[in-house]
Design a protein around this ligand. Structure first.
Ligand code: ATP
Length: 237
């Protein structure tokens, strides 16, 4: 597999607090990668750095092209979609309107219509809720909507921050099955940050472990699952 995203020496700070201390990692084209780590390790900051929501130093190459220092809008146009922690749908807008808003960077009206139909086929519950205000959806439905809205950008890469947060186990399972299907069928690569390491390692092919702003372990998910430190600290067995 070729690299879709290559990160070298990525640093980021919040004022005087340095959150990322020079990360090196890469994401495979078509793959799912997970970033594991404890609270405050720098996972959210890494995703925010990749979509230019905070200032960074270091190199970020997307499809071989340097993107560090570009605006968030540019990064989105290039094909990186972010599903932030806490979902971030527009509460007062309907499901349909949220999906339309997801496609605002696109001009191909017919393609947008087709993608909307595809989202309803992928997330049948959203079709049932088509005209309902997003704010009145259940947590699981809102998370589905946030993912579907990001997919309306036709991204090459989707950054997902804690998609399982606050959801019931059955809903989480359905969401993760859908993510696996989207990865397979729509060829969207993913970088996923998850507290639930078990789930994340199941979905992902590759994994990185981040501790206090540094990558301390990397490899195929199956290998990280076997690592004793990972098992004790993140899998609980
Ligand atoms: P969690 O799983 O708890 O969300 P995380 O791995 O995503 O943790 P980050 O949110 O990336 O961690 O935080 C990394 C470090 O940066 C932490 O020390 C945190 O306190 C600090 N930090 C994050 N956001 C800010 C901010 N807006 N201002 C100041 N410091 C911040």
């Amino acid at each position: 597999m070729t690299s879709l995203l290559e990160v070298r020496g990525l640093r980021a700070s919040y004022g005087a607090v340095q959150a990322l201390h020079g990360l090196d990692f890469s994401l495979d084209e078509g793959g799912v990668t997970t970033l594991l780590g404890a609270n405050g390790a720098g996972k959210t900051t890494t995703l925010r750095a990749l979509c230019a929501m905070i200032r960074t130093s270091g190199d970020i190459l997307f499809e071989g092209r340097p993107i560090a220092g570009r605006s968030t809008e540019d990064v989105v146009r290039l094909g990186i979609a972010h599903v932030p922690q806490g979902r971030g749908t527009f509460a007062r807008f309907s499901v349909e309107e949220n999906l339309e808003l997801g496609a605002t960077t696109r001009r191909d009206k017919n393609g947008i219509r087709d993608d909307m139909d595809r989202m309803f086929a992928t997330f049948p519950i959203l079709e049932k809720r088509r005209t309902q205000q997003a704010g009145t959806l259940s947590g699981g439905e809102q998370q589905m909507l946030a993912v579907a809205r990001a997919l309306m950008l036709r991204p090459r890469l989707m950054l997902l921050d804690e998609p399982s947060f606050g959801l019931a186990p059955l809903v989480v399972r359905e969401l993760f099955e859908t993510l696996a299907r989207v990865n397979r069928e729509q060829k969207v690569s993913m970088l996923i940050v998850e507290q639930n390491a078990d789930l994340a390692l199941d979905l992902a092919d590759q994994a990185y472990l981040i501790e206090t702003g540094r990558i301390v372990l990397s490899g195929p998910s199956a290998a990280l699952r076997q690592d004793e430190g990972v098992r004790k600290a993140y899998l609980g067995y």
